[in-house]
Design a protein around this ligand. Structure first.
Ligand code: TYM
Length: 348
C-alpha cells in the first residue's frame, strides 16, 4: 500500500442514541488514531445512510448534532481531524452511484446486516437500504482511505468495499494505466477492528447474545453516552448476570455472555484487559464487581456525557465545526472523484 497516503476514514449514523458500543467500537479508536501523526483522520456523521430507513427530519438534525457533540466531547479534535456530515460533501453520492454500477446485486443480497434489518419484509425496504454498503464503500474510497476503525459488525461491509475497489481497478485497468495511475487506482482498505483491549462487540445489557444497539426498544439494554450518573448506576445494577462467581481465568467466561460483556466493558473503560480484571475480581460475586463498574462508568463516561450536554446548548458552534470540516473533506474528495470520472469516461 506504499503509494497511498495513510488515511483513516470512519463514520457513525445519526439514527439513534449514541451508545457505549459506538464509543468502544469506534470513537475511542478515532481519538487514539488522531494522536498518531502518521495518519490523516477523517470522521463523518453519515446522515445519508440514516435515511435508508424512515427518519423524522427534526430528529435527524438533532441526532446529527448529537453524534458530532459525542465526537468532540470524547476528544476528537477539529484541529487534528476532519469532522463533517456526509450530505454536505456531494462526492459521496456521486461516487456512490458509480459504485452502484460496479457492485453486483448478488453481493448486496449476501449482506447479513441487510437481511437482519429487512427480515421478511425485504420487498418493502428502500432501495437505499440494499445499496447502503456501496455508499459506504464510496465514503471510504472518495478519500482513498487506507484504514477504517469500526466495530466487528461492519466487517462484511468492509470486505465488500475491498471487492468494489478491486473490481473497479480490474474493470478499468487499461484506462487507469493510460491516465498514469499505475496498476491500482483504489487502495484495498484495512479494517481496524481489534484495537487494544476494547471489545470488538459490546453486548446488550439484558441479553448478552445480542449486540448493544440504538434500535433495541428498551433503553435499559444500552448505555447512552449522555446518560446521567443515576441512570448509569440503574442500568448497570439491573444488567443481567448469572448466579456464579466471577472466574479467575478467561476460560471461565465461556458460555457466560453477560458476564463476559461486563468484564470486557470494565477492561475497556479502565484501559486494561479482561485477564487483569479477572485477577482483581476473580472469586467475587457480581454485586461487588458491579459497584466498582458503576464507579468506573460514572468516572469515565460521565464527563463525556456532561460535555455533550454542554456542547448541545450551542448548535451554531457544532454546525460551524461540521461546515469547516466539509470544506476540508471536499479538498481531498473532489480531485479523487474527478479522476474517477475521467477513468470511467465522463466528460469533466
Ligand atoms: P453504525 O452507525 O451502526 O455504528 C457506528 C460504529 O459503532 C460501532 N458499533 C459497535 N461496536 C461495538 N459494539 C457494538 N455494540 C456496536 N454498535 C455499533 C460500529 O461497528 C461502527 O463502527 N455502516 C456504518 C456507518 C458507516 C461507516 C462508513 C463506517 C457508513 N460509512 C464508512 C466506516 C466507514 C454503521 O452503520 O455504523
Amino acid at each position: 500500500m506504499g503509494e497511498f497516503v495513510k488515511r483513516v476514514f470512519s463514520g457513525i449514523q445519526p439514527s439513534g442514541k449514541i451508545h457505549l458500543g459506538n464509543y468502544l467500537g469506534a470513537i475511542q479508536k478515532y481519538v487514539k488514531l488522531q494522536q498518531d501523526d502518521s495518519f490523516e483522520t477523517v470522521y463523518c456523521v453519515v446522515d445519508m445512510h440514516a435515511i435508508t430507513v424512515a427518519q423524522d427530519p427534526k430528529i435527524l438534525r438533532e441526532r446529527t448534532l448529537e453524534v458530532t457533540a459525542a465526537y468532540l466531547a470524547a476528544g476528537v479534535s477539529p484541529e487534528k481531524s476532519i469532522i463533517f456530515n456526509q450530505s454536505r460533501v456531494s462526492q459521496h453520492a456521486e461516487l456512490g452511484w458509480i459504485f452502484n454500477c460496479i457492485a453486483r446485486l448478488g453481493w448486496m443480497n449476501r449482506m447479513t446486516q441487510f437481511k437482519d434489518k429487512a427480515g421478511k419484509n425485504s420487498e418493502r425496504m428502500s432501495l437505499g437500504l440494499l445499496a447502503y454498503p456501496s455508499l459506504m464503500a464510496a465514503d471510504i474510497l472518495a478519500y482513498n482511505a487506507t484504514h477504517v476503525p469500526v466495530g466487528d459488525d461492519q466487517k462484511q461491509h468492509l470486505e465488500l468495499c475491498r471487492d468494489i475497489a478491486q473490481k473497479f481497478n480490474n474493470d478499468y485497468a487499461e484506462q487507469i494505466k493510460a491516465l498514469g495511475f499505475g496498476d491500482q487506482f483504489f487502495c484495498l482498505t484495512e479494517p481496524m477492528i481489534k484495537f487494544g483491549g476494547a471489545p470488538v462487540r459490546v453486548m446488550n445489557l439484558r441479553d448478552g447474545t445480542k449486540k448493544m444497539s440504538s434500535s433495541a426498544e428498551s433503553d435499559m439494554t444500552r448505555i447512552n453516552m449522555n446518560d446521567d450518573s443515576d441512570t448509569l448506576a440503574k442500568k448497570l445494577k439491573k444488567a443481567k448476570t448469572d448466579a456464579d462467581a466471577i472466574p479467575s481465568e478467561l476460560a471461565g467466561l465461556e458460555g457466560r455472555p453477560e458476564a463476559k460483556n461486563l468484564i470486557e466493558i470494565y477492561a475497556a473503560l479502565n484501559n486494561s484487559d479482561s485477564q487483569t480484571v479477572l485477577n482483581q475480581f476473580g472469586g467475587n460475586q457480581f454485586r461487588a464487581f458491579k459497584s466498582a463498574l458503576i464507579e468506573l462508568a460514572v468516572a469515565t463516561i460521565g464527563p463525556i456525557g456532561d460535555e455533550m450536554n454542554h456542547l448541545m446548548k450551542d448548535e451554531a458552534h457544532i454546525d460551524q465545526v461540521l461546515k469547516d470540516g466539509a470544506d476540508k473533506a471536499r479538498i481531498i474528495a473532489e480531485p479523487i472523484v474527478q479522476d474517477v470520472k475521467r477513468i470511467v469516461g465522463f466528460m469533466v
